[in-house]
Design a protein around this ligand. Sequence first.
Ligand code: GAR
Length: 211
Amino acid sequence: MSSLVKLVVLISGNGSNLQAILDACASGQLEAQVAAVISNQPEAFGLERARRAGIPAHILEARSSKDPTTRASLRQEYDERLAELAAHYDPTWVVLAGWMRLLSMAFLSRFPGRVINLHPALPGAFPGTHAIERALAAYRSGEIQYTGVMIHLVPDEGVDDGPLLAQEIVPILPDDSLESLEERLHAVEHRLYVAVLCRLTRREMKDTPNR
Ligand code: GAR
């Protein structure tokens, strides 16, 4: 008896990549199922996308503190709760799709080799937030001519860094606005993320044929 590969998708915002994954699952292009969506932001539109697709949508808000010791223990606690919630769905992969919060080893050690991240820049180029904006500024000051998209495994706490699964160059055009560049990058992200997940899913099904 075969069952679909399970994904737990972590989001913080719009969830257009989540939507691309949901659509690929629904059309049968991606032989996987999104078992749950978790957001650290209650307002994330991706939660609505999950609900519309009939998928459990969880909100897990983080608390912070000015005191570094308390902050560290809150972070540890949050990541343990997040791992517990994700593990409940027994995911083959944890898919970060616009998840804008650093994950510590308290989370990552629960899913070794099973956490995948998407980032709107080429490896090493603009880790962290506002990557597209920073790439456009670098283009305008003549430092770069193109940007891109990367998908990688998340083995540790490195920011937008880890063994590469795919990358694709996206040119920046002289009359690009932030919106037009974002739109082209997102289109590449949607296609590339689904392609990588299809590849991983096929490999998983070959390696464990009786799943
Ligand atoms: C995407 O561009 C993704 O690459 C980026 O957040 C956006 C989420 O869009 N992720 C990062 O910057 C991670 N450092 P979406 O919510 O519409 O899928």
